[in-house]
Each structure stands twice: as C-alpha cells, then as structure tokens.
Design a protein around this ligand. Sequence first.
Ligand SMILES: C[S@@+](CC[C@H](N)C(=O)[O-])C[C@H]1O[C@@H](n2cnc3c(N)ncnc32)[C@H](O)[C@@H]1O
Length: 225
Amino acid sequence: MAKNKLKRFREINSFPNVIQPQDKYPVSDYFLKGNWSAGHFGNSFPIILELGCGKGEYALELARTSPEKNFIGIDIKGERLWKGAKTALEEGLTNLAFLRIQAERINHFFGPDEVSGIWLTFPDPQPRKPRRKKRLTSPAFLDRYQRILVKGSPIHLKTDNKDLFEYTLEVVRENNHKLLTYTDDLYNKGTNINEPLVKEIQTYYEKIYLSQNLPIHYLKFLLNT
Ligand SMILES: C[S@@+](CC[C@H](N)C(=O)[O-])C[C@H]1O[C@@H](n2cnc3c(N)ncnc32)[C@H](O)[C@@H]1O
C-alpha cells in the first residue's frame, strides 16, 4: 500500500469526526441509532445525509452554510473520507461527521424520523442490469430511506449519468413519489431550479464531468408516504 495511503488510514482512526464501526456487516443496531443529534452532535438539529459522499465536498459546504443543521457524509472508502474529515477538523465544523459504512446497512444506523434530507451526489450508476438493485435510487434503497426519513423530507440526486437519471425519474413516477423539480442539464438549462447551492457546490467527480462538457442532471423528489 502506498505510504501516503497508509498514513491516512492511521490518521483517520484518530479523527473524532469519523465513525468507522468495526462490524462491517452488523446484525444489530449501532448504539447511536435514533440518537445521533444528541448523542454525537450534542444538539437537537435535524440531520441531513450525503450518501456516497467521497471526499465530502457537498457535506462540507452544506455544513458551512447551514450551522443549524447536522450533516453526515457516508461512504465506504476511508481514504476518500479522510479528505473531507481533515478539512472539517481544520475548519472547526462541529455539525459535520463522516460515517464509513455500506449504504445498504443504513437502517442499522438511523431510526424512524431521524433524517431530514438525503443528497445522492454522483452515485455509481451500476449500468449492468443485475446490479440495478444496487443503485442508490432503486426501489429497495427508497424503501430503506422511507424507514429513516421524516415525512416530507427531500431526496436530491445529482448525476452525469443519463441512464441513472432516466431510471430514477421512472422509479419516482411508477411508485407515485412526488417529483418536485428536475433538469437534464443543470448549468445550461436549469433556470427553473431554485434549490439553494445546487449550482454553487461542485464535487470532485462533478468537476471532472464538467471539464469533459458533460451535462449534469438533477432531480428532487419526496417519497409518497
Ligand atoms: C462516483 S463516486 C462520487 C463521490 C462524490 N460524491 C463525488 O461526487 O465526488 C461514488 C462514491 O460512492 C461510494 N459508494 C459506492 N457504493 C457505495 C455504497 N454501497 N455504500 C457507500 N458508499 C458507496 C464510492 O466509494 C465512491 O466514493
């Protein structure tokens, strides 16, 4: 393993803003489930998740601009989380934490009505048909979100992937979820999109796609329950 990577792995273990549960495949619930705000952040603010956050650019900027909310960036890759967590510590952001888990296990970590919004920022498109259920907007994942979201909380998707965007629109429509807004080209055609910061924050992957002149797709919806 590269020296730098090893150093980061060692460092991240000592970061107070990174939670890395030892049990990768938990069969029981994490002790903070249902109690993240008081138990981890020491407040009663609503919690917003960024799933597949990578280096956490989105969670970081949202945490900077919304100090009255708590943010948790979730990713399975520790080296990527290291970057966001290090920046958050340097900036003294106390309303941001990072959780290193598989998103599939989210219901072991959050309880009913514990989450007030979810951002899905450039999730892996999982193009092969057998892996579609692994898409973070598949019905199986929406069911997981429904079990932790406060009613009426938005789910946001930003992606460069046309197939994932269209698939998600279809899932939303077929399951009677409420589509609030969408565009297939946020920066060139998205004049109707009023979501704060959606055009101002660009993630690591988003910058790469923009440099290749790829259109960025965005949609926001509510679950129908
Ligand atoms: C294409 S990257 C996007 C990263 C970041 N959001 C960005 O836009 O720069 C997808 C990220 O999702 C993470 N990921 C993929 N599947 C995941 C899963 N099932 N649970 C948690 N993280 C996952 C990967 O480790 C990776 O960091």
